[in-house]
Design a protein around this ligand. Sequence first.
Ligand SMILES: [Zn+2]
Length: 281
Amino acid sequence: MEWISESRLIAETFLFLVIDFLPFSDQTITVTRFWRNLVFFGFLLTKPKKQRKVLLHMSSSTQSQVNREIIERLVREQVYAALKKPMPRQSPNKLLVNISARHCHLTQEAVEALFGPGYQLQPMKDLYQHGQYAAKETVTLIGPRSRVISNLRILGPCRNLNQVELAYTDSITLGFDIPVKMSGDIAGTPGGMLMGPHGYFELKEGIIRAQPHVHMHPDDADFYGVKHLDTMKLKVHGPLAMTFDNLVVRVDSTFKLEVHIDTDEGNACGLKPDTFCELTK
Ligand SMILES: [Zn+2]
């Protein structure tokens, strides 16, 4: 941590103090509230004339709304300008933290058993990771005690193994325990039965609770100083602030910077689209 100078530490602390003080509701706040807070912290006094004009113009419109990203950038710039320090090195890509709802990955063989010979998945919505999509098709998962979860979304394209990713609450619904595993590490995990409009497909294994993880391009891994399968911490701010200590890093040249947690984890930390999150080692 020696690369963080004392003044930068002070600046960062102050920045987060300001950010956390701002009265966010949903994803936006009014510029007026933002303006009042900035004045409260004495930023106005240090602002050059031109910036003062821009901010005054912004504050005059109570209808305008600013998202957290813009506010963060403005405050960060002001803090560093006030300290007469250069802006710190920025991560190459914006950190996204997304909740993965329960879903499955299937082989083409399984898709054909469930939907008919020669059937191809129909993409419904592109996911953030390149080439990945939520398919129109869903299946029904039947657990070992004959309890079911219907409308289990299939994520495409097809893979070379079958895997169902559930939250812990889902496994309670189904009446059995599931292990926390990295995607693909399914040897010895519980199985179940999938039901589609054409037929059934028996999963011998492959029902897991996905280990919280972060997808990274090699540039992101360089920035954070980590390598494939290292673990990092994810600090989630907000009223239910908490830190995930075992976030597993997955590096691939096709990946974009994105954290995946499940619905239980997302609900526990109150994650919203504008929740401020930080990745640390
Ligand atoms: Zn993922």
